[in-house]
Design a protein around this ligand. Sequence first.
Ligand SMILES: Nc1ncnc2c1ncn2[C@@H]1O[C@H](COP(=O)(O)OP(=O)(O)OP(=O)(O)O)[C@@H](O)[C@H]1O
Ligand SMILES: [Mg+2]
Length: 230
Amino acid sequence: MPEIASVVGLVKHYYLESVVVEALRGVSVGFEEGDFVALMGPSGSGKSTLLNLLGCLDRPTRGQYVLAGHDVSDLDDDELSEVRSRYLGFIFQSYNLLPQYTVVENIEIPLLYQGQPLTDEKRRRCRQLAEMVGLANRLDHRPMQLSGGQQQRVAIARALVNDPHIILADEPTGNLDSKTSDEIMQLLKDLNAAGKTIIMVTHENDIAARAKRVIRLRDGLIESDQRLPG
Ligand SMILES: Nc1ncnc2c1ncn2[C@@H]1O[C@H](COP(=O)(O)OP(=O)(O)OP(=O)(O)O)[C@@H](O)[C@H]1O
Ligand SMILES: [Mg+2]
């Protein structure tokens, strides 16, 4: 499979007053279209930093990032947000839903950010996505009225609204019990089987074991990169 994303010599420094934190110290890695990657490693090893750079939520200090054939290393904020809405969908550990909005309205949010009017067609698609993730009978609920697993399903539907090439997930099951984690993993596996590339941070071995490839970070560098059998 061709590569959908690749980084070369990726370095990320954070500057805190006079202290420099070297969060990534030269990471080079490519991601094939249709892959399902688990990013693992100790706390502070740079997993979220790498995911945020892959997600165009931040810019590297040094290094190159090529996404879908475009060099996105040096884009400005507007260009990055354009790239995000075109290619990328995000899922976070804490769901990041807006409490005042319903399930369907939360799924519509990425469309609103694009400043385009919400057509009936787009609204219909958001309802279909809610149904696809198993929330057909919760369309008008607000996040507070949903379980953690249901909230994560809303976040997954929201991540899919722009039909992204890559889904980036930072500990998507981190707040969920094991049965609910299982259901969310099944949903991600189904999306992967349907062609979505998935890059997911996790601390849990049994979650990582359901990916196709496990990349371990340590101290801002790749420590190992292993393709799983099957
Ligand atoms: N915005 C920031 N400003 C300063 N330092 C940061 C910032 N974000 C992360 N860091 C530092 O960069 C390093 C890597 O952080 P990162 O969040 O990528 O780790 P992680 O592997 O995701 O850890 P965890 O498993 O705890 O989520 C850490 O030392 C962290 O303290
Ligand atoms: Mg993290």
